[in-house]
Design a protein around this ligand. Structure first.
Ligand SMILES: *Cc1c(COP(=O)(O)O)cnc(C)c1O
Length: 232
């Protein structure tokens, strides 16, 4: 199957999942997780109509962006971001989805203010409390959202989560539901410097469950590009 055929098949499945959940399919965006795919393949995905691209690695972003890989679509950063590489990402992407710790939040804010811009971000939440994963606890995310006026260089746009790889369909529904509740909670507080417009959750193996539980953006790699040589 070509990338274009994969994207078309995904759109059909996204629409079906949205309708089954009584949701408007246009509420749910498709982010292509482009790690390990070169600029030409990313351009194919863009031409096939994905809504945005998500990069995991600073080096891949720096390689593909000058080649016009994302042209015509927003590009997001979705991977672990080291504090000393923040200046290679802030101002170069439309959204940093993976702000997963206070130190990074502060570094992104500082860099953005130095550049005279405001960087859109999401908080990554470690919703399954996995020891090996980064991310705020739900309590930390809620607390920091209420203090966002401390960081005028960033604008909190929503939440992101990477729950465990599911063993079977339905396994991650409980985590997705927790994320949705946290998202609604924060939105309802009407905090300064916060606008909850993006709930990024769901990947190739579980996006239908994520859509059923309220996701507004799924991040899909394998189901668009095929299997990767190794997992990041
Ligand atoms: C790779 C990746 C995805 C997509 O994973 P697939 O299972 O290949 O769809 C989504 N989000 C993040 C943060 C990723 O690193």
């Amino acid at each position: 199957m070509s990338i274009a055929e994969n994207v078309a098949a995904l759109r059909t499945r996204m629409t079906e999942a949205a309708l089954a959940a009584g949701r408007d399919p246009s509420e749910i965006l498709l982010c292509a997780a482009t790690k390990m795919n070169d600029a030409e393949r990313v351009k194919e995905a863009v031409a096939a109509g994905v809504d945005c691209c998500g990069e995991n690695r600073v080096q891949e972003l720096a390689q593909k962006q000058p080649l016009g890989a994302y042209e015509g679509r927003p590009v997001h950063f979705i991977g672990h971001l080291q504090t000393n590489k923040v200046n290679k990402v802030v101002g170069k992407v439309d959204l940093i989805q993976s702000v997963d710790r206070l130190e990074l939040l502060e570094a992104v804010d500082r860099t953005a203010r130095r550049l005279g811009i405001r960087q859109d971000i999401l908080f990554e939440v470690n919703i399954a409390a996995e020891a090996q994963k980064g991310g705020f606890t739900p309590e930390q995310a809620l607390e920091l959202a209420g203090e966002m006026e401390r960081w005028p260089g960033v604008f909190l746009r929503g939440l992101m989560a990477i729950p465990p790889v599911p063993e079977k369909k339905g396994d991650n529904c409980k985590y997705f539901a927790k994320m949705r509740n946290l998202y609604i909670d924060i939105a309802g507080k009407k905090y300064d410097n916060v606008s909850m417009v993006c709930l990024s959750m769901g990947m190739s193996d579980d996006f239908e469950d994520a859509i059923a539980e309220g996701s507004t953006m799924i991040r899909v790699g394998t189901a668009i590009f095929g299997p990767r040589a190794y997992a990041l």
